[in-house]
Design a protein around this ligand. Structure first.
Ligand SMILES: CC(C)(COP(=O)(O)OP(=O)(O)OC[C@H]1O[C@@H](n2cnc3c(N)ncnc32)[C@H](O)[C@@H]1OP(=O)(O)O)[C@@H](O)C(=O)NCCC(=O)NCCS
Length: 200
């Protein structure tokens, strides 16, 4: 497993005034998302993963899952008509991955029994640390509670771990996704219980 120096993505911009808004993603956003996701991964994950790991993960691990868009559980941040971030939650079983050719429809989870998933957060490198991830996670958690789920699980990248940790997600397992060709992607399984006064 390759360890990288963590320097690039940890700096906070001086101005973080909110200039974007969130809305549910639509299928017409897919071409923009297909550009944003590789750009975000290649830049903001560069201090956590090698270029080879990121290249190999794009598609099977990092990608657009149209099922989330069809379910109405995927959000985009938009600024002057440009998509600068995306992320969502899922009422279905998969933890990660795009909807590459031939993927079967993901099974539905049971609210109150299963944990909902948080899925596929990607922010434009120029817009990192301005609260887009924060805003999407808050929208996801509200929607997850409205849907009747009380627990959330994530398979997070190392780049995503600080965001989720800041929102009270705890690490349950440090794991690796097999990328083939002898490459693996270190990931973190994290969980949070959404109960109590904030989530009543
Ligand atoms: C992870 C990611 C989505 C975070 O998005 P973001 O919009 O930059 O995050 P926010 O600005 O909303 O951060 C909210 C809080 O999370 C924490 N946080 C987010 N990114 C952090 C980082 N790189 N280092 C330390 N803390 C971080 C901080 O507490 C932050 O609050 P603060 O800025 O007031 O200190 C973004 O870095 C990204 O797209 N990474 C590449 C793709 C990826 O790996 N996504 C995760 C998939 S599981």
């Amino acid at each position: 497993m390759e360890q990288r120096n963590r320097t690039i993505s940890s700096s906070k911009p001086e101005s973080d005034s909110k200039s974007w808004s969130l809305r549910p993603a639509t299928l017409s956003d897919v071409p923009a998302l297909e550009k944003l996701i590789p750009l975000s991964a290649r830049t903001l994950q560069a201090s956590y993963y090698s270029a080879a790991q990121i290249d190999r993960a794009l598609g099977p691990v990092f990608g657009v899952d149209r099922q989330l868009i069809r379910d109405g559980t995927y959000f985009v941040a938009e600024e002057d008509g440009r998509i600068t971030g995306c992320g969502g939650w899922s009422r279905r079983g998969s933890f990660y991955g795009g909807d590459g050719d031939g993927k079967d429809e993901d099974e539905l989870l049971t609210p109150g029994v299963d944990a909902a998933r948080i899925r596929a957060f990607f922010v434009h490198p120029d817009r990192a640390r301005r609260g887009i991830g924060r805003s999407i996670i808050q929208s996801c958690e509200s929607a997850i509670v409205r849907a009747g789920f009380t627990r959330v699980e994530i398979v997070a990248t190392l780049a995503g771990e600080p965001l989720y940790a800041a929102f009270g997600y705890s690490v349950t397992l440090r794991d690796e996704i097999d990328l083939g060709n002898g490459l693996t992607l270190p990931v973190v399984r994290m969980t949070k219980t959404l109960t109590g006064p904030d989530f009543g």
